[in-house]
Design a protein around this ligand. Structure first.
Ligand SMILES: Nc1ncnc2c1ncn2[C@@H]1O[C@H](COP(=O)(O)OP(=O)(O)OP(=O)(O)O)[C@@H](O)[C@H]1O
Length: 498
C-alpha cells in the first residue's frame, strides 16, 4: 500500500500512482510510485522506453499525468506548466543545454531569473553567491558558445540554484563531459547534497550510479521493478540484471585479418566560417579494422566527419573511399560508405513516421525511393526483430519513440542497407546497456566480416573496448595515435587536453 499523507511530508517529492497514457494510446507509466528525499542523489534507471523521461517531464510540469498525485514537501501540487514547477523549486538540466549560445553567461541567467521576478542586480548577486557556495568558477562576461561543455553545465546548475531550485533533475549529465569534468560534477553533487538539494540522476552508466547515488529506482516497461535503498552494497552487475536480465558478454574480436585500405584521409584541413576547425589530419581505415577517434566534443571531429562523408569540402588534402575521391555525399555512399549520426535530430524528421524515416535514410544513401508500403513495412519488421525496436507501428511518428528507439531506427536502417566502410559517430549515445552491448557486438561482428569502421566517440570506454587503433583529436589536430595495446584512459585523457 502507498504511504499516507504524513509519509509524503518527509519527502522533497512523492509521486503516487502515476499513470501516463499518451494521446495515441501508449501507456508509458503504469501506477508508478517515486519518492525523493531531501539531500539525496536518486538514480533513475531503466531500458530505453522504460518511462524515465516521461516520469520526470511530469514532475517538471511539461506534461500532465493521466492519473496519480504529486506531493512536494508534503503539499499536493498540480502544475500548469514548467514555470509552476520552477517556482516551486524543481529544475531540470537537459542533456542538450537550454542556453542561448550567442549570449553571455550573465544574460542567459538574467533572462531565466527575470521570469522569476528578479531584477538584474539581484540576479547577479544570487548567481555569484551560488557559484561561491558551490566553489565553482563562473565568468559572467563569457559568451556561452566559447565555453566547453562542462562549463555550460555548471552555468545550468548555477542558474537553477540561483532560481531557488531544491530539486534538480539531471538527464544523462556526463554524456558530453571529459573524465575530468565528470569528476568535477561528482564533487558538485556532494556539495549539493550538503546544501540539502535533492538530485534525480537519469543515466545508463551503471558505474556512475554506484559512485554517486544514494538510492536507485529501476523502471521496467512503465512500472517500478526495484527500489534499491543501499546502493553501496549493490554491484554494477546486479543493477544490470535488475534492469534487463543477463547480458551477453562482449564478443571477443581477434586482432589481425586486416585487408586493403578502405578510407584514406591525407592532410585534410577544413575551414568553417573563417576558422580552421580541422588541421592537416591524416588517417586510414582498412578492411577488418575499427579505428577510433577520441576527443571531447567540439574539437574538429564533426567537421572531419562532414568532410569524409562529402558534406563539406576540405580546403586542403584529399579523401578517398575504396580509391574513389570524395567530392560530394553521393561519392561517399556510392563508394560503399555508411554513416551513423550521433545527433538524431540531424538525420531524423521527427514529425514523420518511422517508415517514412527509413525511406529518407535509404534515399540519402542511395537515391533510391522506397515507395512500396509493403517493402517499408517489411524493413520495419526487421528492425523490430533484429534490433528489438519498440514502436507501435511503422506509421508512428518517429518523434514519439524514446531516444534510444530513435537511435535504433538510424543504426538499424544503415545496417540493413549495407556498407563496406562505416563512419559511426557516438553510435550508442542514449542507448540502454542491453542495446549498447548489442550495437557494440554488432560493430565488432561487422568488422570481423571485413567492414572497416571509423568510430568517432566521446565515450572513452567505447573507444577502448572496440578500437584496434585510436587517434586522439584536440583543437582540430591529431595529437596522438595509439595502438589498442598501448591505450589507457589516462594516456587518452592527456592527449585529449593537449
Ligand atoms: N510524446 C509521446 N507520444 C507518444 N508516446 C510517447 C511520447 N513520448 C514517449 N512516448 C512513449 O512512452 C514510452 C516511454 O518513453 P520515455 O521517453 O519516457 O522512456 P525513457 O525511459 O526515457 O527512454 P530512453 O532511455 O530511450 O530515453 C515509450 O514507449 C515511448 O515510445
Amino acid at each position: 500500500m502507498g504511504e499516507n499523507a504524513s509519509g509524503n511530508a518527509g519527502h522533497a517529492v512523492a509521486m503516487r500512482g502515476i499513470v501516463k497514457v499518451y494521446p495515441d494510446g501508449v501507456k508509458a507509466l503504469d501506477n508508478v510510485d517515486f519518492t525523493l528525499r531531501a539531500g539525496e542523489v536518486h538514480a533513475l534507471l531503466g531500458e530505453n522506453g522504460a518511462g524515465k523521461t516521461t516520469l520526470m517531464r511530469i514532475l517538471y510540469g511539461e506534461i500532465k499525468p493521466t492519473m496519480g498525485e504529486i506531493y512536494v514537501w508534503g503539499r499536493k501540487v498540480s502544475w500548469r506548466g514548467p514555470w509552476d514547477a520552477i517556482r516551486n523549486g524543481i529544475a531540470m538540466v537537459y542533456q542538450q543545454f537550454r542556453l542561448v549560445e550567442s549570449m553571455t553567461v550573465e544574460e542567459n541567467i538574467a533572462i531565466y531569473l527575470s521570469s522569476l521576478g528578479l531584477g538584474r542586480s539581484e540576479a547577479r548577486r544570487r548567481t555569484l553567491e551560488t557559484a561561491e557556495r558551490l566553489g565553482l568558477e563562473i565568468d559572467l562576461a563569457k559568451t556561452v558558445a566559447d565555453l566547453p561543455m562542462g562549463a555550460r553545465q555548471r552555468v545550468e546548475i548555477i542558474k537553477a540554484l540561483s532560481g531557488g531550485a531544491k530539486v534538480l533533475i539531471l538527464d544523462e549529465p556526463t554524456s558530453n563531459l571529459t573524465p575530468l569534468e565528470a569528476e568535477k560534477l561528482f564533487s558538485t553533487l556532494r556539495l549539493l547534497k550538503d546544501m540539502g538539494v535533492s538530485v534525480v540522476y537519469i543515466t545508463h552508466k551503471l558505474g556512475e550510479v554506484v559512485r554517486v547515488a544514494d538510492r536507485v529506482t529501476v523502471l521496467r516497461r512503465g512500472r517500478v521493478s526495484a527500489v534499491i535503498e543501499d546502493v553501496g552494497r549493490t554491484s554494477e552487475e546486479e543493477l544490470a540484471r535488475l534492469m534487463v536480465g543477463t547480458l551477453p558478454p562482449p564478443t571477443p574480436r581477434p586482432p589481425g585479418k586486416v585487408g586493403r585500405e578502405l578510407l584514406s584521409v591525407r592532410g585534410v584541413s577544413v575551414v568553417v566560417d573563417g576558422v580552421e576547425r580541422v588541421r592537416e589530419v591524416s588517417l586510414e581505415v582498412r578492411e577488418g579494422e575499427i579505428v577510433g577517434i577520441a576527443g571531447v566534443a567540439g574539437n574538429g571531429q564533426e567537421e572531419l566527419v562532414d568532410a569524409i562523408i562529402g558534406l563539406r569540402r576540405p580546403v586542403r588534402g584529399s579523401i578517398e573511399v575504396q580509391g574513389r575521391r570524395i567530392e560530394g555525399s553521393l561519392d561517399f555512399y556510392r563508394a560503399g560508405g555508411g554513416y551513423i549520426a550521433g545527433d538524431r535530430g540531424k538525420v531524423l524528421a521527427m514529425d514523420y513516421s518511422v517508415a517514412e524515416n527509413i525511406a529518407f535514410l535509404y534515399y540519402t544513401a542511395s537515391k533510391t525511393l522506397l515507395l512500396r508500403r509493403s517493402r517499408l513495412e517489411d524493413l520495419f519488421r526487421r528492425l523490430v526483430e533484429r534490433f528489438r525496436l519498440v514502436a507501435r507501428s511503422p506509421w508512428t511518428p518517429v518523434g514519439r519513440l524514446s531516444g534510444g528507439n530513435q537511435q535504433k531506427v538510424i543504426v538499424g536502417s544503415e545496417v540493413l542497407r549495407g556498407f563496406k566502410l562505416l563512419v559511426a559517430v557516438n553510435p550508442t549515445q542514449g542507448l540502454d546497456i542491453a542495446t549498447t552491448s548489442f550495437v557494440r557486438n554488432l560493430l565488432s561482428e561487422l568488422a570481423r566480416q571485413g567492414a572497416g569502421i571509423l568510430l568517432v566517440s566521446t565515450d572513452l570506454d567505447e573507444i577502448l573496448e572496440l578500437s584496434d587503433r585510436i587517434y586522439v583529436m584536440s583543437g582540430g589536430r591529431v595529437t596522438g595515435v595509439l595502438e589498442r595495446s598501448q591505450a589507457t584512459p589516462e594516456k587518452l585523457g592527456v592527449l585529449m587536453g593537449a
